[in-house]
Design a protein around this ligand. Structure first.
Ligand code: ADP
Ligand code: ADP
Length: 230
């Protein structure tokens, strides 16, 4: 079953078209790697699928509901609660602690504080940063902040997880902790995961890849094969 779908997506910044006629479908339990050279439109596609940007043409569907026509307020209310995001330019709150940031999506969905804290710590532990849980985000390293962002994206087991270069500033070992956490989310919880990366090593963890060039899909597949095992 397709959880997230982009149909005929196009986007321009000013008069420059950076994405054109892109079709993508992501099923529950799969990890799709979006690859392509710098400037090919990967981040833009992710922002469109996230409902953070509105497409100039095309549609975004999330669990059978059209997302791109929702009002800005409804889109932002539902963004953090229903999805998990990891963006390159961190959208975590610098004045909150690591654990407070990670608890946020749980608190928004009504999880009680002690349970939220326990689940946040469990996720931080998996990612190897539980000892930094009570530090302010502004006091941890870039790599630790990146793992905090991953923890926040995964902690509430959202049906859709979108991540832009989630291992970008991590060493190989730490990057693998992050990739293992994405694989667990897909396999164990059936999350649909879209991972933007330019590293083949990272893409090798995905079930499938989509190759973008100059804003169009030029390789891989935007759709799951019918008989493709997860
Ligand atoms: P990457 O290629 O690593 O995804 P980019 O440097 O292309 O990163 O873009 C990162 C972000 O910076 C984009 O998502 C966008 O918000 C912003 N950005 C990129 N290029 C421009 C630009 N020419 N003008 C304004 N903002 C830009
Ligand atoms: P990628 O993630 O593959 O590097 P992006 O989606 O970040 O690609 O960018 C695609 C193109 O759009 C690039 O040429 C980039 O400079 C441009 N771009 C991205 N964000 C903006 C922005 N906010 N304003 C203007 N141009 C942008």
């Amino acid at each position: 079953d397709v959880v997230l779908e982009g149909r005929g997506l196009a986007h321009s910044y000013g008069s420059t078209r950076v994405l054109d006629a892109v079709d993508v479908e992501v099923r529950a339990g799969e990890i799709v790697a979006v690859m392509g050279p710098s400037g090919s439109g990967k981040s833009t596609l992710l922002h469109l699928l996230a409902g953070l940007l509105r497409p100039d043409a095309g549609e975004v569907w999330l669990a059978g509901e059209r997302l791109d026509t929702l009002g800005e307020r409804r889109r932002s209310e539902r963004r953090l609660a229903e999805r998990g995001f990891v963006f390159q330019f961190g959208d975590l709150a610098p004045e909150l602690t690591v654990e407070e940031n990670v608890e946020l999506p749980l608190r928004l969905t009504g999880v009680r504080p002690p349970t939220a804290r326990a689940r946040a710590h469990e996720m931080l532990d998996r990612l190897g940063i539980v000892e930094h849980a009570s530090k302010r985000l502004s006091e941890v390293s870039g790599g630790q902040a990146q793992r905090a962002a991953v923890a926040r994206a995964l902690v509430h087991t959202p049906p859709v997880i979108l991540a832009d270069e989630p291992t970008g500033s991590l060493d190989t070992t730490t990057g693998e902790l992050v990739l293992e956490a994405f694989v667990a989310a897909a396999r164990e919880q059936g999350s649909a995961v879209v991972l933007v990366t330019h590293e083949l090593r990272v893409a090798s963890w995905a079930s499938r890849d989509v190759l973008l060039r100059d804003g169009r899909i030029v390789g891989g597949s935007g759709r799951p094969a019918l008989d493709e095992p997860l």
